[in-house]
Design a protein around this ligand. Structure first.
Ligand SMILES: *Cc1c(COP(=O)(O)O)cnc(C)c1O
Length: 370
């Protein structure tokens, strides 16, 4: 079975982890700080706070931003449920904006009409690693005094107009995940980046039970926090992986280029494309089937032929939990069309030209396409 995504771990990664296992620090220690500094430097942001996963990174970012009961945040339904779930966890309401038909990212031209008195933040998600139209989003946010919190779980290593995602040039906070299918992995892991010292200090405290040192150096708890600490074992892996991140992303670009080459002539599907000004992290390679009735059959056929496929994503509001909790009548046009027609085909660093050729052949052989 060729999976849809896979981590890549080498001898240097194993050595880095082994070194920590033989040291005195296993929990959060010097390696976490080193990882945070390396990550901030890579992205061009002032501060990074590492934590247990992308979901806790979202939770911490929303808390640091002050999102609370009665607030609304405008986001996309074409994302992993965690983006919206954590809004609900802090008591805020996700307001889903429709997506663009070319990038499947939030449609920035439809954001403004969703803004209400309760709106506090815009949460763009760089779907599949392709950056959202951040300059436009930031402009809207500035005009209406809203925060921008980027869910960049797909987009570590991506660039928007030559600016690294994570720089927070167009946002207040940016969060990443280091789950094994993402750009780099620490097993489980996540981080929040920011240029604000205020948010940075809040995040550090909330990650550690809301405890921090007061003016006299005494540990005090001043907010209700969590234990969302990353371990030095994971951080060592992250530091080692980060060194190869650019290499990983360029290989993903190669895979995407191979797909575009192999599948360009198949008129029954729509391929993913990078738009001008974007350098994608190619976290996912999504194809769309023009005849949505054929989508599930193609997916089943690919699976049967040993090719791991997935659907990214069923609209968040279509899940039973959201249907039961106020989103039953919501139907966003592009999101609806997209969710019925998308298939994610394998895209990861180790995929070879031969693998891509084979996957493309199976797609071309699919009987409905003949
Ligand atoms: C992976 C992912 C998350 C959650 O990250 P975890 O590390 O799995 O908790 C959140 N948002 C998006 C868009 C993701 O892809």
């Amino acid at each position: 079975m060729i999976p849809y995504g896979h981590q890549i771990i080498d001898a240097a990664d194993r050595k880095a982890v082994d070194k920590i296992l033989q040291s005195d620090w296993l929990t959060q220690g010097p390696k976490v700080l080193e990882f945070e500094q390396a990550l901030a430097k890579y992205c061009g942001a002032k501060y990074a706070v590492a934590c247990t996963n992308g979901t806790s990174a979202l939770h911490l970012a929303y808390l640091a931003a002050g999102l609370k009961h009665g607030d609304e945040a405008i986001t996309t339904a074409n994302t992993f449920v965690a983006t919206a779930n954590m809004l609900l966890v802090v008591g805020a309401k996700p307001i889903f904006c429709d997506i663009r038909n070319d990038t499947y990212n939030i449609d920035e031209s439809k954001i403004e009409r969703l803004i209400s008195k309760r709106t506090k933040a815009i949460v763009p998600v760089h779907f599949a690693g392709q950056p959202c139209e951040l300059a436009r989003i930031k402009k809207i946010a500035k005009k209406h005094r809203l925060l921008v919190i980027e869910d960049a779980c797909h987009a570590l290593g991506a660039k928007y107009k030559n600016t690294k995602i994570g720089s927070c040039k167009f946002s207040d906070l940016t969060i990443f995940s280091f789950h094994p299918v993402k750009s780099i992995t620490t097993g489980e892991g996540g981080a929040i980046l920011t240029n604000s010292k205020h948010y940075y200090q809040k995040l550090l405290s909330l990650r550690n039970h809301g405890i921090h040192k007061d003016a006299h150096g005494k540990n005090v708890m001043t907010a209700l926090g969590y234990n969302y600490r990353l371990t030095d074992i994971q951080a060592a892996l992250g530091i080692s992986q980060l060194k190869r991140l650019n290499l990983f992303i360029s290989q993903r670009h190669q895979v995407a280029a191979w797909y575009n080459d192999e599948l360009g002539s198949v008129k029954e599907i729509i391929l993913s494309k990078e738009i001008v000004g974007n350098y994608s992290a190619w976290h996912l390679y999504v194809i769309r089937v023009r005849e949505p009735q054929a989508r599930d059959k193609l997916a089943a056929y690919l699976k049967q032929q040993g090719i791991g496929v997935n659907f990214h994503y069923p609209a968040v509001y279509s899940h039973p939990f959201y249907q039961k909790n106020g989103y039953k009548s919501l139907k966003l046009k592009n999101t609806e069309e997209y969710q019925k027609s998308c298939i994610t085909i394998p895209c990861y660093v180790q995929l070879t030209r031969a693998d891509v050729k084979q996957i493309a052949k199976v797609i071309k052989d699919f009987k409905i396409f003949k």
